[in-house]
Design a protein around this ligand. Structure first.
Ligand code: SF4
Length: 203
């Protein structure tokens, strides 16, 4: 039972295949919430930044959309989805038997009950300390060589069972992927994450 109607700015919502990270290859219903104040220079969803331009939908409406698909995996992304208190959304998704995954920069307080937290810290806004304890997956975007050292500084703070992924920034992929391949061969605690949805031409 949804206790109160909280409306969230939904930039887009679509049924697709998760392309990145640990759940890569799984069917998933994506909810992309509008609003982000992190300001990554290479952001590929800059349209998401201004929350005001996206229609607000109730938790009930969002869950009803997800329930029209056969998947039982909901991925909440952005933007920066944790700019909002997502307690009611995760509660309602769970009530419908859905798994709740979130993709976050960790720049805002964690809220909601998550089955999987993909923590992707960004240089442009310091993540909050609490994310090192709650992250199930650390995904660091590699834009240049100095990012490897930056990735290790975050990896040193997460739980021992947190999965570690390095992902080339899409436009730097040609240059950085060979570096990442060599790095993972030398440091096998890391895995490579690719934006496979872009290769598949799906959202
Ligand atoms: Fe873009 Fe994500 Fe960075 Fe926000 S945190 S600016 S949505 S890449």
């Amino acid at each position: 039972m949804i206790k109160e109607q909280i409306k969230l700015p939904v930039m887009e919502a679509f049924y697709t295949i998760q392309g990145e990270g640990h759940f890569s290859g799984n069917s998933a219903y994506f909810i992309r919430l509008g609003g982000c104040d992190v300001g990554c220079v290479w952001c590929d969803v800059k349209d998401s930044w201004n929350a005001d331009q996206w229609p607000k939908q109730s938790v009930e409406e969002i869950v009803s959309m997800v329930n029209k698909s056969p998947t039982r995996l909901a991925v909440i992304t952005g933007g920066e989805p944790l700019m909002y208190d997502l307690t009611n959304l995760t509660e309602a998704l769970h009530t419908s038997g859905l798994q709740t995954n979130v993709e976050t920069s960790g720049a805002h307080p964690v809220s909601g009950n998550w089955d999987w937290i993909c923590f992707s810290p960004k240089k442009f806004m310091k993540p909050r300390e609490e994310f090192y304890q709650v992250a199930d997956e650390l995904k660091v975007v590699i834009y240049n060589k100095s990012d490897f050292e930056w990735a290790e500084a975050h990896a040193a703070q997460v739980r021992p069972d947190c999965l570690l992924y390095l992902q080339p920034e899409w436009d730097k992929s040609e240059k950085m992927l060979p570096e990442i391949i060599n790095y993972v061969k030398d440091n096998p605690q890391w895995k490579i994450s690719l934006q496979t949805h872009k290769f598949m031409n799906i959202p």
